[in-house]
Design a binder for this molecule. Structure first.
Ligand code: SAM
Ligand code: SF4
Length: 330
């Protein structure tokens, strides 16, 4: 039996992003509508044993690394139990977590003990009033910073900070974020906002490219290209001489990186998606519940993985009707 997943364009797929819930305790302006979304019903969502079964089959096919995401993964009850299930699957070498960190402080230790080694934390501003406005929830920044401190204290390594760039909202803070990467061992990644059905105006009128953000940072100090922290992502990294951390850029809009894509996605309701955007997805849930062999479905999804996304700035045309990244895990 081959232990390798290679798609139709020769890309090796070893990484699965698992969305454990579509729900979230925040309403970030670039991600979700203020009123939320029509949430999935409990019985539509894969239970932990079902998620573990998908991972077990894919690990036999060559899957090595996982990321738990959402929605907000920490709002799903007893997440450390899922982590323990996944970390015992032969072939799985690494489990990471993407979180807004609001609920992280009390859970950090059990997640670390269960097998999560690395975390990505969303933090778009270092100013409390802005954080409340972007997340549309009061008291956000203090809770996120507490979560970040806890992440450092329990030894997640590396810790990456995801900053979605928005002109007129946080573009005057790029140097502050860069300074953070100098003082603490944090890897700050600037991300270009991607258009979805729910953020069309913002993603068009407030778009800021990573090139512009890097230029602003370079005015403060010269940046050097560096290899960057371990991970599976599409970021390119730089750092200040002598800095403890790095600065990364993720440029889905200005510099397409799909040729390096190494991943698939599993949504909370069991759709296997070969691309973040587009309409291609394979429902695994019913086959799982009928105890059918998942392998042919996974192989077919791999075979039809698109060469690249077709996103166009200011339009939802290329997103395949996606309302929010929270629906697919980002
Ligand atoms: N709730 C978790 C969090 O915020 O980290 C995990 C899910 S969230 C959908 C995953 C990542 O997608 C976050 O870093 C978030 O900032 C990013 N994201 C969400 N919507 C985006 C968009 N329209 N464009 C670019 N990044 C986006
Ligand atoms: Fe929630 Fe993450 Fe989306 Fe913000 S980016 S609304 S924290 S899922």
């Amino acid at each position: 039996m081959t232990r390798e997943m290679v798609d139709g364009f020769g890309r090796r797929i070893e990484y699965l992003r698992i969305s454990v819930t579509d729900k979230c305790n925040l309403r970030c302006v670039y991600c979700m509508p203020e009123e939320g979304l029509p949430w999935l019903r409990r019985d539509e969502i894969l239970d932990y044993e079902e998620i573990a079964e998908v991972v077990r089959v894919m690990a036999e096919m060559g899957l090595k690394r996982l990321r738990l995401t959402g929605g907000e993964p920490l709002v799903r009850k007893d997440l450390p139990r899922l982590v323990s299930l996944l970390s015992s699957i032969p072939g799985i070498e690494d489990i990471a977590l993407s979180t807004n960190a609001v609920l992280l402080a009390p859970m950090a230790r059990s997640l670390r003990d269960g097998g999560v080694t690395r975390v990505n934390i969303s933090l778009d501003t270092l100013r409390p009033d802005r954080a409340d406005a972007i997340a549309r929830r009061p008291g956000t920044l203090a809770r996120v910073l507490k979560g970040l401190d806890a992440a450092e204290a329990v030894g997640f390594e590396p810790i990456k900070i995801n900053v979605v760039l928005m002109r007129g909202e946080n573009d005057d803070e790029v140097a502050d974020f860069a300074e953070l990467s100098r003082q603490r061992p944090l890897h700050v990644r600037f991300i270009e906002v991607m258009p979805t059905e729910s953020n069309l105006e913002l993603s068009a009128s407030n778009f800021l490219s990573c090139d512009e953000a890097l230029a602003a940072v370079s005015e403060v100090h010269a940046l050097e290209p560096v290899p960057g922290p371990p991970g599976n992502g599409p970021a390119t990294y730089f750092s200040f001489p002598g800095a403890q951390g790095t600065i990364g850029v993720i440029t889905p809009m200005s510099h397409n990186f799909c040729s390096r894509c190494n991943r698939m996605r599993l949504t909370a309701d069991g759709q296997l998606r070969p691309c973040l955007f587009g309409t291609i997805q394979t429902p695994l849930r019913d086959a799982l519940r009928r105890r059918e062999d998942l392998r042919p479905l996974i192989e077919e999804t791999l075979r039809i993985k698109p060469e690249k996304h077709l996103l166009v700035q200011g339009s939802s045309a290329g997103s395949g009707g996606l309302v929010a990244l929270s629906q697919t895990g980002g």
